[in-house]
Design a protein around this ligand. Structure first.
Ligand code: 8YV
Length: 314
């Protein structure tokens, strides 16, 4: 029997790609000149797809692979995978939870402090030789502020624990209250934004959370408020965010993710009070190694007829 066939949708973390390609009969979809032709050629024997959080796999592609039984996703967010279609057709989806939680939560705090204390602006101030002419303007403080977290899952919880070290008051919103958690619950994001000084998006992407941070929520956060997004660009009304930042209706923002990334609107780039980062919440060497390990181990378990390690939903 030949090696199991694996279709890889997009470039992956190199060590994971290398291990997959040396273990299985792999096909790189992103390099194929005629992608539908490659999918058709794999139709009767491809049972495994490996993808990442950004690329995912859509129903119209899955339909071309009628033998598909496993989608192993490098990333915790599976909003780009048609998980409804997979569930309806008995296709197992795996992701990489837990191993990235701490790094993503650290990134949320880095962006929050960066935006609130204007760290990139300070960096520019020193590099551009402006310091000898006088001090940099004073900034906001994170101390004793109210932080509202949209989505108190694993990452949201890790963010809450970090925020507590800054003497903040913490609340969260989400589909349901979590009575075991010590934080205040808001069923409504706008009401939480009205209460909060800082709003951090840490919820899954996808249709259910599209623009959950609405214009009304951004305006409720207000001119002294700061918004941080380490979730997905789709969770915020990006046009409203730009409008509110540009007109001073929102104080600042720290953004790791964008609608339409890797392209970032020039209007955001032009705003000095915004800290921008290229979707690197999980982008550390040890975390990417752990994500790659899980992605590959899920494929190996599947090919050995064993239970996968991290099935979505958990
Ligand atoms: C990755 C992510 O950058 O895990 C996620 O959901 O967004 C990130 O960790 C992405 O999945 C890599 O493609």
């Amino acid at each position: 029997m030949g090696k199991p066939v694996v279709l890889i949708m997009a470039p992956l973390f190199a060590p994971a790609l290398h291990e997959l390609e040396s273990t299985f009969d792999c096909h790189r979809l992103w390099e194929a000149a005629d992608k539908p032709a490659l999918l058709r050629s794999l139709a009767d024997h491809c049972r495994i797809v490996v993808t990442n959080g950004g690329r995912g796999i859509k129903a119209d592609e899955i339909r071309l692979l009628p033998q598909l039984a496993l989608v192993s996703c490098f990333g915790v967010g599976v909003d780009a995978v048609d998980t409804d279609y997979c569930r309806q057709h008995g296709i197992i989806v795996t992701n990489t939870p837990d191993v990235l939680t701490d790094d993503v939560a650290d990134m949320a705090l880095a962006l929050l402090l960066g935006a609130i204390r204007q760290i990139p602006a300070g960096d520019r101030f020193v590099r551009e030789g402006r310091w000898p002419s006088g001090p940099m303007p004073l900034t906001r403080s994170l101390q004793r502020r109210k932080v509202g977290i949209v989505g108190l899952g694993r990452i949201g919880l890790a963010i809450a624990q970090r925020c507590a070290a800054f003497n903040t008051e913490i609340a969260y919103s989400g589909p349901r209250e979590k009575p075991a958690q010590p934080y205040r619950y808001f069923a409504d994001v706008v009401a939480m934004a009205d209460w909060a000084d800082v709003l951090i998006a840490a919820c899954p992407g996808g249709e259910a959370t599209r623009h959950i941070v609405s214009r009304a929520a951004i305006e409720a956060l207000g001119p002294d408020g700061v918004f941080v997004n380490i979730a997905r660009g789709s969770v915020v009304d990006q046009a409203a965010l730009i409008d509110c930042l540009a007109s001073g209706k929102l104080g600042g923002a720290g953004l790791d993710v964008f609608d339409g990334e890797p392209r970032v609107p020039q209007a955001l780039i032009d705003l000095p009070q915004v800290v921008l980062h290229p979707h690197q919440g999980s982008g550390t060497v040890p975390t990417r190694i752990a994500m790659g390990r899980l992605t590959v181990d899920n494929v190996i378990a599947f090919t050995q007829g064993k239970p996968v390690l991290t099935r979505y939903p958990g």
